[in-house]
Structures are given as structure tokens and as C-alpha cells.
Write a protein that binds this ligand. Structure first.
Ligand code: OAD
Ligand code: ZN
Length: 247
């Protein structure tokens, strides 16, 4: 394992230039430079009305107090609404044009990859801008201010409550998303792990899948994580400063 500092070695650059199949896994750190608070580390921990995020963002809370869960998600959307993608999101949007086979997998629910121009993003944890009916599972775009459902959080079809279309603590990642991500990881040559503490599974298992299948794994994070030892290279720096150095 090598530690690269803030420049990218010629060897890493060559790997990047020659790769055809690339997978990138991102976490909250990729949005940190846009001003989105991360969940862990960095001094700020996400607390809402005295409740840690893993309590307010939980399946148990959904049953106990749906209104409060919505208040927390409304607050998060309010924060993200004013925020722009950063240099890391923009670099990743450019990368999709460069490689024969490129898959962007994110744990983030902020929609900033798409705002930067990334297409077909695999969103393992859902999206803050979507709601879904708790009975019939119909999905709603909360950006659509015209729709009554986005104001009342009641389903237009069946009248049941809507919930955020986001994976909460105590819930499993929706079927299909992880499988597609794992298939891409198993066939990639180069795998980037960017801005994630790599503590939450199954997402954190993707670099392990890539590594086991023979890929070269590069971590981009100012800090070390439980995955650092598995990685072939760790570039210790901010995503918005490091990713644009590759091309
Ligand atoms: P975390 O908040 O756990 O970790 C953020 C990571 O980003 C840390 O390792 C930081 O060192 C790193 N970081 C901070 N600033 C950075 C920067 N400018 N550039 C690069 N890295 C930076 O966030 P996640 O790993 O994404 O799940 O958390 C995983 C999941 O835990 C989230 O998706 C969320 C949470 O529970 C759900 O909501 C289901
Ligand atoms: Zn419904």
C-alpha cells in the first residue's frame, strides 16, 4: 500500500488512463465540500432535536413518529436545496464519458451526482427528493410542488401515508440496486472508494468484491478507514481536490 499525499503518482495516472471498466463508490465525504454535513467524523455529528441521526432516521422512528421523520427530512432537503455540486461531483460526471464501462454507486441521498450531470447512478440508500406510499409503494417526486401529495404526504391513489424513499436504519437496501453494483464491482479493473467511512454494509462490501475479483482499489479520503488496508493506494486528501487531478 502506498500513501500518495496530494499529488497523483505517474503510476496511478497510468492506471486511470488505461482502465476500461471502472466503478466508483461514494459516500457523504464527496458532498462535504458542497457543505453537506457528513454523518461521522469531521467534528460535526448529525443530531436532530437531541436525537442522533441513526435514531431519527430509523425504521422504529417511522412507526413511532412519522411526522417527526418528515420534519427531519424536510430540514435536510431545505439544506440541500441551496447547495451546488462541487469539483468532485463534476469530475465524476466527466469520467462517465471516458470509460467503456463506468458505474457510479453512491450511498448519498442528496442527488448532487445527478445535479452535476451523472446518469444511471446506483443509489444504494435512496433519494431525499423522493417519497413513496407506505401501502401501494407509488413513488412521488417531492420537487413537484404542483402535486398535492408532496405537500400533504398522502398518496393520491390510496390515501395512505407517504414516507421518504430512503433506506433507514434497520432497513435493508432495496433489491436490485446492490446486485447491480456488485456485478459492476466484480467486472471492474479499477475501483475508487471516495469519501466514505466504509462502516455501513452492504455498501462497504463493494470494494471487497472488486478487490477479490482482481481490481486495483484506490481510496480517496482525508482520513484512514477500515478499508484502507485492503486498498492498493490511499490518496489522503479531499475528493474535490484529488479527483480532478486524475484527468
Ligand atoms: P460518513 O459520514 O460515515 O463518512 C464520511 C467520510 O468522508 C469520512 O470517512 C470522512 O473522513 C470523509 N470525508 C470528509 N470530508 C471529505 C472530503 N472533502 N473528501 C473526501 N472524503 C471526505 O458517511 P458515509 O460513509 O457515506 O446511510 O456513511 C454511510 C451511510 O451511513 C450513509 O449513507 C447513511 C449513514 O447511515 C443511510 O442514511 C442509510
Ligand atoms: Zn398509495
Amino acid at each position: 500500500m502506498t500513501n500518495q499525499g496530494l499529488s497523483i503518482s505517474a503510476a496511478l495516472r497510468k492506471r486511470f488512463a488505461e482502465a476500461r471498466r471502472v466503478v466508483v463508490l461514494t459516500g457523504a465525504g464527496v458532498s462535504a465540500e458542497s457543505g453537506v454535513p457528513t454523518f461521522r467524523g469531521g467534528g460535526q455529528s448529525a443530531v436532530w432535536k437531541g436525537m442522533p441521526f441513526d435514531k431519527i432516521s430509523s425504521a422504529a422512528m417511522l412507526e413511532r413518529n412519522l411526522a417527526e421523520v418528515w420534519e427531519w427530512f424536510d430540514y435536510r432537503r431545505g439544506v440541500i436545496e441551496k447547495i451546488e455540486p462541487n469539483a468532485a461531483h463534476r469530475a465524476l460526471a466527466r469520467w462517465q464519458e471516458r470509460f467503456e464501462d463506468f458505474t457510479l454507486v453512491t450511498q448519498n441521498v442528496d442527488g448532487l451526482h445527478q445535479a452535476a450531470g451523472s446518469r444511471d447512478v446506483i443509489e444504494l440508500h435512496g433519494n431525499l427528493w423522493r417519497a413513496r406510499c407506505m401501502s401501494c409503494r407509488r413513488k412521488y417526486d417531492l420537487r413537484d410542488r404542483e402535486s398535492e401529495a408532496s405537500r400533504t404526504y398522502a398518496c393520491a391513489d390510496c390515501g395512505s401515508y407517504l414516507r421518504p424513499d430512503v433506506v433507514l436504519f434497520g432497513e435493508i437496501v432495496p433489491g436490485g440496486a446492490f446486485e447491480r453494483a456488485a456485478a459492476a464491482a466484480a467486472r471492474c479493473e479499477l475501483c475508487f472508494v471516495v469519501g466514505t467511512s466504509a462502516l455501513v454494509y452492504p455498501a462497504a462490501g463493494l470494494p471487497e468484491v472488486a478487490k477479490a475479483a482482481g481490481a486495483y482499489v484506490i481510496e480517496v479520503n482525508p482520513e484512514r478507514t477500515p478499508l484502507s488496508d485492503l486498498c492498493d493506494a490511499c490518496v489522503q486528501g479531499k475528493a474535490g481536490e484529488v479527483l480532478p487531478l486524475f484527468c
